[in-house]
Ligand binder design. Structure first.
Ligand SMILES: [Zn+2]
Length: 241
């Protein structure tokens, strides 16, 4: 049987028969992959950690007639400490669900893979505010997906909005709204000037370099924004509070 080797992150798993799991993987070269992991629930299985949520590794996959099967895996990272921090775990799981909703089979996802791996690493191994890290993920995710929000000009009329007058973002159309254009727009959400500045700075310099306060990260707004673009409601209740 032909086989392929690819780096991948486990986005989810589902039980399959007594000892197997069906994995959903994100591969930089192959996008989203469904692969059967045989026997991984047996106590001594060498594939046990390869089949856990978040695991990053080099997977060898058999490409059978109807489906892929994991044949072996060299685990690089399990992000294990996430399991001991419920808050971080929930945010990290949410990032996986965003990646799963966005990735397509047989479509390269190099940037998404890198962004996800780095964000999981920040959530697991740094003291950075977890909600700010997750918000930065969503912001960069929208940029690499081709819908970076417009944060200086009105998304409808194109007029430049002075920083101190920023107060609304149109989550459906992807940018700020001026007062004149906001009339009757139902997809407008409140946005503070400092939240817009945070997004601009993080887009430009990254979460590691920004010195703006973590509490300016507009997490719920970015969730609404990304989910509107994905046309998918993900489980984010209580995530940001
Ligand atoms: Zn306008």
């Amino acid at each position: 049987m032909p086989s392929i080797t690819t780096q991948a992150i486990v986005l989810r798993h589902a039980d399959y028969r007594e000892h197997d799991r069906m994995l959903t993987l994100l591969s930089p070269s192959l996008g989203r992959i469904e692969a059967l992991c045989r026997g991984c629930k047996r106590p001594q299985s060498p594939l046990l950690s390869a089949s856990e949520w978040f695991t990053l590794g080099e997977y060898v996959l058999f490409t059978g007639k109807s489906r892929m099967t994991v044949s072996s895996c060299h685990v690089t990272e399990t992000f294990y400490p996430l399991r001991s921090d419920y808050d971080r775990l929930r945010l990290a799981t949410y990032l996986l669900s965003v990646a799963e909703a966005a990735a397509q089979p047989n479509e390269r996802a190099v940037e998404l893979f890198t962004l996800l791996a780095r964000s999981l690493s920040r959530l697991t191994y740094t003291d950075r505010d977890a909600r700010a890290v997750a918000a930065a993920f969503l912001l960069h995710f929208s940029a690499i997906s081709g819908y970076k929000p417009r944060l200086s000009h009105c998304v409808r009329c194109g007029k430049r909005i002075p920083d101190e007058q920023i107060r609304l973002m149109d989550v459906e159309n992807g940018g700020l709204l001026c007062d004149a254009c906001a009339q009757g727009v139902t997809t407008a959400q409140p946005l503070l000037p400092r939240q817009a500045l945070w997004m601009r700075d993080v887009l430009q310099r990254g979460i590691d370099k920004t010195d703006l306060p973590d509490q300016d990260a507009p997490g719920p707004l970015l969730s609404a924004y990304v989910e509107a673009r994905l046309e998918k409601k993900l489980r984010s209740a209580g995530l940001w509070s």
